[in-house]
Design a protein. Sequence first.
Length: 272
Amino acid sequence: MKNLMFISILITINISVFAQLKFADKETLASFLKTKTYIVLEDAMYSDFNNAIKEAAEKHWKITEYEIIDLESFEKLCKNPKLSFLIVSIGEATGIPGSFSLLNLIMGDASGDINKMKEIIIAPLSYYSEESDEEPYAYKLGGLLEAFQAYVRCNPGDDWKLWVNENKKELKNKELWVVSNDLSADAGDLKKIGSVYPYPIKIVSQETIRDAIDKKISNVAFVHKVGVKVKDYCMKMIISCSDGKLLYINYHKISDANNAGLLIKDFEALTK
């Protein structure tokens, strides 16, 4: 269970359900590339993010100079608009129950108000809970850092959906590696998946996926899934291990009929 000293920054997202994934305009991206990025540790006695980010950043963060700092230092530096920050916050979305742990790549702002800081990209890490452990994401944190940087380098702006759809074609040359809980009950049988999805897929361990990300294996992609409970929304992304390209993004509301994880209809969509 997370300590209650966990960062309590609140971002309210007043847009559609899948806008938990937010993107910057080209001008903001250009400004970001000139910054030094400060990676902010969580103010928690125990944190998966803190345990994983130092190694992940050393191996995977190449797009800007960076430094790892604590929350107190962030509060001193965040008023400088010429600096950027990678920070975990708790966020809510209108119309969606519960809160999310969000990974935010943002620019500083003279106000010091995180809600006024320009976003480079924001993506959900997991649903946030004070009562139980969050979904594990530390093993794929390096891959998420690669995905953030891939977006900045490609700079698609408002055309990011077209960019992802074009990237999806690369799946035919990749093997999709999943952990068992990346798959919903209706897609848990690899033979059933194979009836609609002609490309290779393998169930592996978290450690195997971390290793593939660290080695940038060119023909492998992994899944980032958020959401486990009925009535939650399950958000699903597929990311290339070699270059961080986002190959697929979708969501569904979790129900008894549509469990958390990739559904058969996701695998059907991956071939279109």
